[in-house]
Design a protein around this ligand. Structure first.
Ligand SMILES: C[S@@+](CC[C@H](N)C(=O)[O-])C[C@H]1O[C@@H](n2cnc3c(N)ncnc32)[C@H](O)[C@@H]1O
Length: 374
């Protein structure tokens, strides 16, 4: 663990004052502490110079394909004069810049209708996105997260699409363990100056109902395997409710790595799915480098689907990123991806990027696309 982390004394002080903290609180501070959180501090996190890539960094391929998808959705909605695109957690805004520039050049009538809004929690990233999108100031805005605000171009709600790429996996998760025929929760405590794991009573009994879903309901408690994990992310369901309520017509499109409850029950993640990333490497120790490594856990897509249905969204597709992108690109043989190539080398580079997004050993199978509609 790095003793240089400026977040470490803050964590130590909180644990000394309050006692051990749930992992969800640890994750919250490590990622979003306003000064020293992973997404707040200045070091570059996303892309080649950072800790991990997302599809958004596979430029220009991903943005072009998404542009095509939304242009088709706009047509399917009857070419309304206003199409809202609300992005949750835009990161550094590179995806939005690629997307807006491509749509402006390729689909002018759709561009005239497009209103892009991003909700970003980190003030540093909000500033960065603002700068990145300055050429689109009339059509793009970036707002701070606030559950009181539905950030649309008007107050009537969203007509268009709510989009989230690797947003849900970055929301804090509680880690639970089935131990001695009851649920326990993993907390972070202190041994002297050192951060250590502890297993104690649950921080809230509200976590039980979600955790119970991680077992096959027909399995009697005594037969459940000791040490089985569950990950509970209360804010995921809250976000689905919020976006489901404010979407009036159109689609919610979520891209992330994740699982269905059926897969979890089948033992896909016997030790849980929470991971840390630093400089493109998986770090086993989630408590290392607080504030200086990404913390993430896979997304429970079954939970998102059920929460969406509860607020009036219909399930359209839950499929691999590969299947989704193939369905977008196949009708015109991926013409968008290869448009305006200046050289054969550039063509080859784009073909390589497309493969990264689609092939199973790239992002094609690990990532899934959930689409729900109203
Ligand atoms: C893993 S990054 C993904 C960034 C980007 N979508 C991409 O694919 O490169 C997660 C992003 O979600 C943002 N975020 C997390 N929680 C948020 C919240 N409650 N409201 C708004 N943004 C949030 C983070 O600050 C970060 O920009």
């Amino acid at each position: 663990m790095s003793s240089e982390s400026p977040l470490l004394p803050i964590l130590q002080a909180e644990i000394r004052a309050r006692g051990p903290i749930p992992f969800a609180r640890f994750m919250e501070l490590c990622l979003y502490h306003p000064e020293h959180g992973y997404y707040s501090s200045e070091r570059v996190k996303l892309g080649a110079a950072g800790d991990f890539y997302t599809s958004a960094h596979v430029a220009p391929v991903f943005a072009r394909m998404m542009g095509r998808h939304w242009e088709r959705l706009w047509h399917a909605l009857g070419c309304p004069p206003k199409f809202d695109l609300l992005e949750l957690g835009p990161g550094d805004g590179s995806f939005a810049r690629e997307l807006l520039a491509w749509v402006r050049d390729r689909f002018p009538p759709f561009f005239a209708a497009l209103r892009y809004t991003a909700i970003e929690r980190s003030s540093r990233l909000r500033r960065q996105v603002q700068e990145t999108l300055q050429d689109f100031a009339g059509q793009a805005k970036i707002v701070e997260d606030s559950s009181a605000v539905v950030p649309t171009t008007d107050t009537e709600g969203i007509y268009g699409c709510v989009f989230a790429n690797e947003f849900f996996d970055a929301l804090p998760a509680h880690l639970l363990v089935w131990r001695d025929i009851r649920w326990r929760e993993r907390f972070v405590g202190l041994d002297g100056e050192r951060l250590v794991w502890m297993e104690t009573e649950l921080s809230s009994s509200d976590l039980v109902s979600q955790a119970e879903l991680c077992f096959d309901p027909s399995l009697p408690p005594k037969e459940r395997p000791d040490g089985w994990g569950a990950e509970v992310r209360p804010s995921a369901g809250e976000w689905m409710k919020r976006i489901g309520d404010c979407l009036k017509r159109g689609e919610v499109l979520i891209v992330d790595y994740g699982y269905t409850l059926e897969e979890w029950r089948g033992g896909r993640f016997p030790g849980g799915s929470a991971l840390a990333y630093r400089r493109h490497q998986v770090v086993e120790d989630l408590l290392a480098h607080p504030g200086d490594q990404d913390l993430t856990a896979h997304v429970n897509f079954t939970e998102l689907v059920e929460a969406g249905k509860a607020c009036g969204l219909r399930l359209k597709h839950l499929e691999s990123q590969a299947r989704f992108l193939i369905s977008v690109g196949e009708p015109d043989e991926f013409a968008d991806v290869f448009a305006n190539c200046q050289s054969e080398a550039e063509r080859l580079r784009r073909a390589q990027l497309l493969k990264t997004l689609i092939l199973p050993q790239g992002m094609g199978e690990a990532f899934r696309v959930l689409r729900m509609e109203k």
